[in-house]
Design a binder for this molecule. Sequence first.
Ligand code: SF4
Length: 203
Amino acid sequence: MDLLLHICCGPCSLFVIDDLRKAYPSCRLEGLFVNPNIHPREEFLRRQESTRQACSYKKLPLDLLPDYDQECWETFSGETAARCRMCYAKRLEKTARYAAEKGFTHFTTSLLVSPYQDQEALRQWGEAAASRYGVSFLYRDFRPGFRSGQQQARDLGLYRQKYCGCIKSLEERTVERKQERIRPKPGSNDPAEAAGGRDENDV
Ligand code: SF4
């Protein structure tokens, strides 16, 4: 198997790379950073750099695509779930096309490690994109390794983002944080606890 891993950010890639190497020890594995959703450009560059550092640490070959295309996220007026499906579709489509062009037989995504992403939608859009380009989508539930991957990122000092990525998610997170400051959980001085147990860096 020749497997291409779509990487959304460095922290999410760490456990996924280890897990894939363990599950498929003889496969050719390479990474691809293609995330035109990330706003603003400074944040895009930070996540690209954290991905480069993570792959360097794991000795994983990596390609970085400079796609940065904000208009469809800025102007999207539908509900959040529909926006995220569009976001998955765009990133997985680009990954599937790259996989076919570079001779990979399969691709998957580090988005599948996050408990905050929609696994079923990722699987559907991954399989749809794969069928258009004559490759296969490898679905694997990496979520059991989410916390250990984030801990590895902390230990390595990697940049860990505070919101999912697009301009709308930045706006939503800004509103949430304002509300958390106004209404802290009674009896708690811990910001993570006050946020309902969600670490401010969780994505
Ligand atoms: S919230 Fe995250 S997955 Fe959804 S559209 Fe924004 S960046 Fe994409």
